[in-house]
Design a binder for this molecule. Structure first.
Ligand code: SIN
Length: 282
């Protein structure tokens, strides 16, 4: 297995492994690389939907996927599709976010497999939330470690959300009433590496617990801008047959909507997560 880092601090490309026949030794090597690089891109894979389910089981068990409909025979495998002829350029997953942080136990990982990709564009950007945390001053680290943030699905899947109108070839069901709010620590401790992450995102984090919207917004804006600075980012350029697996406990991502007139199809599964734990040491 060849592991080649994408940047100094985030992402690695992996070649020389067929994920459908991963043995225990390869699994251990992959888990070590995952803890180090947080986003892994396995090139030249040939996967069927059943393989995605099997891989999710090997990497922690399937997560719960509300709002998005999966493949008929594999409901946990969500086709993320943009056809060449669609009216809107808007891609599913564009806009920085961490997957499903509105859940009580948000998914630990997401696995995304490139079935069909445009010849150019449609890349996915990732940001390292551990590095973003480390860039904060000691005072800010200490203050944020006392805060919890409120997460909600409302902007994407609430009664008034327009995401589904931009994705004519995906089946998305909005809530008919305001979605439940979820409170999570702002500084999250990784359950495996114990490293702290600045764990908010502009799609699902709507404010800080015990603070008004007016009070929350300036701080959220500052932190959201910091997280996506170039120094914390890497870019995954997809090729057909690439499977990316990323860590939702310490990264954000954003899909690029820059391939109008071309087709892109991905299959997506998530793995089960744990209750986010506060990193209290500041
Ligand atoms: C996602 O956000 O789950 C999908 C990202 C992508 O299609 O690149």
């Amino acid at each position: 297995m060849e592991i080649r880092p994408i940047t100094q601090n985030l992402g690695a490309e992996i070649r020389g492994i067929d994920l459908t026949s991963m043995d225990a030794e390869a699994h251990t090597t992959i888990e070590e690389a995952f803890s180090r690089y947080l986003v892994l891109c396995f090139r030249e894979q040939k996967l069927e939907p059943g393989d995605m389910v099997e891989l999710a089981s090997r990497f922690g068990g399937l997560g719960e996927t509300p709002y998005l409909s999966g493949l008929e025979d594999y409901p946990d495998v969500v086709p993320v599709i943009k056809e060449a002829f669609e009216k809107s350029h808007h891609t599913f997953g564009s806009g920085w976010h961490t997957d499903f942080t509105f859940q009580t136990c948000p998914p630990a990982r997401t696995l995304l497999y490139a079935v069909d990709v445009p010849s150019k564009g449609g890349d996915t950007l990732f940001a390292n939330l551990q590095e973003a945390y480390e860039a904060l001053s000691q005072g800010m680290k200490e203050n944020l470690s006392k805060l919890r943030a409120i997460h909600s699905a409302t902007r994407s899947y609430g009664p008034d959300a327009s995401l589904k109108d931009h994705l004519e070839n995906m089946v998305i069901t909005n809530e008919d009433k305001e979605p439940e709010l979820q409170s999570h620590p702002v500084i999250r401790k990784h359950p495996v590496t114990m490293k702290p992450s600045l764990w908010i995102n502009p799609t699902y984090t709507i404010g800080f617990e015990g603070m008004t919207e007016q009070e929350s917004q300036p701080l959220l804006e500052y932190l959201n801008n910091l997280i996506v600075e170039e120094r914390f980012r890497c870019k995954v350029v997809w090729t057909k047959g690439t499977l990316a697996m990323w860590d939702n406990r310490c990264t954000q991502h954003s899909a690029s909507s820059d391939y109008a007139g071309h087709r892109r199809e991905m299959w997506r599964v998530t793995t089960a997560g744990e209750t986010p734990i506060n990193f209290a040491n500041g």
